[in-house]
Design a protein around this ligand. Structure first.
Ligand code: UD1
Length: 318
């Protein structure tokens, strides 16, 4: 692997967020030099407290050219996690979704190219598939985005591929399937369902299910996503590709809630509400390409991941 000054320097955009802070932590544990760029719009400083003194932090916005120049200087590999997540938020706030997720990603790629960054690993989303039946989603399928968020994340992938072919910037787009784990923020109405369910159950509040609860997801523990990213930073075969990162197993929301109630020891009856606009019915990853190009296979299954996640939220609430 080519490096600057003899060792690889990493930038994590959105390093104050849920996934980004786990990436920063994993890199620090591997003895890497890590810079984090975050404007703390959805991320939190507290996510980086345990890394104080071990990372360089730049507080700023990925839409700002000067900030990006500073952030990319001397960097070999960028993990681009900065984004405004959430399908329903993008339905309500399409402009900010477009601005951060499309324009921001474009700016990150430009700055990386101009700074001589070797590789950008991009946080793409399974939402790009939209509604393509119940079978596992394969990367070659024609995308069918159903929300502004899905469109934006897909545009980011296309830009990644074009920056690889036209400018020679090594890019890898990882399509994450519903990531969960410690540090996922449950406080927003747009937060991921597992963070919502766990904190509801732990505080004795009624969990809310949008729709009939028979929609399904490939819920992926954060540790698997970190492993895939580390591989994507190294793999020569992955360059220019879009690659699913999931677990290849499907769980309905009703099943998820039942499993969490068993782990936590509750028997709360959920409230069923109207389905959310832009929601995908079923989502499941095919992992053939991830295995071929990254040597990836999920190490942590749903039950183990849920137990570790519940443990973490318990510590926070006690
Ligand atoms: C989507 C993407 C995912 C992306 C994420 C970013 C798909 C298949 N997945 O996740 O790749 O990273 O956006 O935000 O598009 N729900 C409830 N009760 C709640 C909260 C949610 O029933 O309190 C339901 C939702 O309606 C949805 C499911 O749970 O059907 C999952 O929702 P959420 O966790 O927000 O993720 P997705 O929108 O699936």
């Amino acid at each position: 692997m080519s490096t600057k000054n003899g060792h690889t320097n990493f930038l994590v955009t959105g390093g104050g967020g849920f996934i980004g802070s786990h990436l920063a932590e994993a890199l620090v544990k591997r003895g890497k030099s890590v810079r984090v760029l975050d404007n703390f719009s959805t991320g939190h400083r507290a996510n980086l407290d345990h890394l104080a003194g071990k990372i360089e932090l730049i507080e700023g916005d990925i839409r700002n050219e000067a900030t990006l120049q500073q952030a990319c200087a001397g960097i070999d590999v960028v993990f681009h996690e900065a984004a405004i997540p959430s399908v329903p938020r993008s339905v309500r706030e399409p402009e900010v979704n477009h601005d951060v997720n499309v324009n921001g990603t474009f700016r990150v790629l430009l700055a990386a190219r101009d700074a001589g960054v070797r590789r950008v690993v991009y946080a793409a989303s399974s939402s790009a598939y939209g509604e393509i039946g119940t079978s596992a989603k394969i990367e070659d399928q024609t995308p069918n985005p159903l929300s502004p968020y899905a469109v934006a994340k897909l545009v980011g992938e296309y830009y990644c591929q074009v920056f690889a072919s036209v400018y020679g910037l090594e890019t890898v787009a990882l399509r994450y399937f519903n990531v969960f784990g410690p540090r996922q923020d449950p406080s927003s109405p747009y937060s991921g369902v597992i963070s919502k369910f766990v904190t509801s159950l732990l505080t004795g509040q009624t969990p809310k299910i949008f729709g009939d609860g028979e929609q399904s997801r490939d819920f992926t523990y954060i540790g698997n996503v970190i492993d895939a990213n580390m591989r994507a930073a190294e793999s020569a075969a992955a360059v220019g590709h879009v690659i699913n990162v999931g677990t290849a197993s499907r769980t309905t929301l009703n099943q998820l809630l039942a499993e969490l109630q068993q782990i936590i020891g509750t028997t709360l009856t959920p409230e069923y509400a109207e389905p959310r606009a832009g929601d995908v019915r079923h989502s499941l990853a095919d992992l053939t390409r991830a295995a071929e190009l990254l040597g990836y296979e999920p190490q942590t299954d749903l039950t183990t991941g849920l137990r570790q996640t519940v443990e973490w939220y318990r510590e926070q609430t006690s």
